[in-house]
Design a protein around this ligand. Structure first.
Ligand code: PMP
Length: 424
């Protein structure tokens, strides 16, 4: 049945759309962090950073179904659930971030964040970092510098995008103790371009370096870069699409890990638990500067159903203590993965926090050369052992460990044991 569906998919869906694996299992249904395939096999879903509440969450499903029966429409109506969701969302953010724009995806959120920065400053130049992914719409794609996730990005980069060195403390230009050098170098480049007359509209980055393996940026990196951008009148944009919303366990938002507060925050993925929902949050001052220059309307962004979705997700994260679970199970998972690193030479590093984790596989611990082929084989083997996993990073050598936030300790152990077995 899986093969038959794959053949039909090849006929009707444009081939560029990626799916996991050459011969992917056909999913029948999901439950918490588990998937059941049509062939009767069960899988542990260790890669799903969208279904944060777990698959088939009954309270979530009931809330959405009830709202679908009651009312749904575009966002032009006054409707209580929309306002309530915006209030709940801003309550998770520090001052002065209290103005919400609701959209449908991460790409749209990043696109709008860039548009706001450009309109509010009257400028067009934006700084981004290397090895980043921010989306596929024109503007979010333009600041996506990853080669692996975006093969056309380097050819299509418009002249308003300026790219800072990849601040990768593990396998970049500077590493380990020298990683502190990234920040002053970035500031020097921003200052030099400004001195030459090109002032920034903004700077965009993930506060924890998701696409490059979920690693922490060098300490103080965002504070230094945000400082330089603001000195020249630009806005600091945090892409929290992947990292935000409690996944880090220790922090609800990624920027908290770096001890900074951005001017504009882009969110999606987790906030909809699989339903298309994204947001941009900024300050009243920035929102007002945008209002005088720009226009915003999204038919389905901020619809009554999307807003009920947003509230149901935030409520479940709180009442089911999912951020705490991400910390507790995540700490256990990191400890076990680090221990596995002592046994298997090929594990070069374990990056990240909580249930936002990257296991970096290298052919040699000194050169840190990416073990690309092995990582692909490992993911195939893990599937045979009942674990869904995917490689990430420009070297496609990092296991992207981002399970639903309901992951249990037993499931974390199942994954690590399977990984141990596969590596052996
Ligand atoms: N930013 C980041 C950091 C992402 O990981 C993604 C999705 N992988 C996006 C933006 C784009 O989000 P979407 O796929 O919802 O458009």
């Amino acid at each position: 049945r899986a093969r038959e569906l794959q053949e039909r998919r090849e006929v009707s869906l444009a081939e560029v759309q990626e799916h996991y694996y050459a011969a992917p299992p056909q999913i029948e249904r999901g439950w918490r962090e588990h998937l059941l395939a049509t062939d009767g096999r069960a899988y542990l879903d260790m890669v799903n950073n969208v279904a944060v509440l777990g698959h088939g969450h009954p309270g979530f499903a009931d809330a959405v179904a009830t709202q679908l029966r009651r009312f749904n429409s575009n966002s032009r109506f006054h409707y209580r659930a929309v306002v309530e969701f915006a209030e709940k969302l801003t309550a998770t953010l520090p001052a002065p971030l209290d103005q919400v724009f609701l959209v449908n995806s991460g790409s749209e959120a990043v696109d709008l964040a860039l548009r706001i920065a450009m309109a509010a400053t009257g400028r067009r130049d934006v700084w981004a970092v290397g090895e980043a992914y921010h989306g596929w719409t024109y503007a979010s794609d333009a600041v996506s510098t990853s080669i692996a996730d975006n093969p056309n990005a380097l050819d299509s980069r418009p002249d308003w995008v300026h790219v800072l060195d990849t601040p990768n403390p593990y396998r970049g230009k500077h590493r380990d103790g020298d990683a502190a050098a990234y920040a002053p170098e970035a500031v020097t480049r921003i200052d030099a371009l400004a001195a030459a007359g090109t002032l920034p509209a903004g700077f965009v980055a993930e506060p924890v370096y998701g696409n490059a393996g979920g690693m922490a940026l060098p300490e103080g990196y965002l504070a230094a870069v945000y400082g330089a951008i603001r000195r020249h009148g630009g806005l600091a944009i945090a892409d929290e699409v992947q990292v935000g919303y409690g996944r880090l366990g220790h922090w609800f938002w990624g920027f908290e890990q770096q001890g900074v507060v951005p001017d504009v925050v882009a969110v999606a993925k987790a906030m909809g638990n699989g339903h298309p929902l994204g947001a941009v949050i900024t300050s009243a001052a920035v929102a007002e500067r945008y209002r005088t220059q720009g226009y915003f309307f999204s038919s389905a962004g901020g619809s009554p159903v999307s807003s009920v979705v947003g509230t149901a997700v935030l409520d479940a994260i709180r009442t089911e203590r999912l951020q705490e679970n991400a910390r507790e199970v995540g700490d256990h998972l990191h400890a076990r993965l680090r221990a596995l690193g002592e046994k298997h030479e090929v594990i070069g590093a374990v990056h990240g926090f909580g249930l936002y984790c990257g296991v970096e596989l290298v052919t040699d611990r000194t050169t840190r050369a990416p073990a690309t082929a092995l990582t692909g084989r490992l993911c195939d083997r893990l599937l045979e052992l009942g674990v869904v996993m995917q490689p990430t990073g420009d070297g496609q050598n990092i296991l992207k460990v981002k399970p639903p936030l309901v992951l249990t300790r037993e499931s974390a152990d199942f994954f690590v044991d399977a990984l141990d077995h596969a590596l052996t």
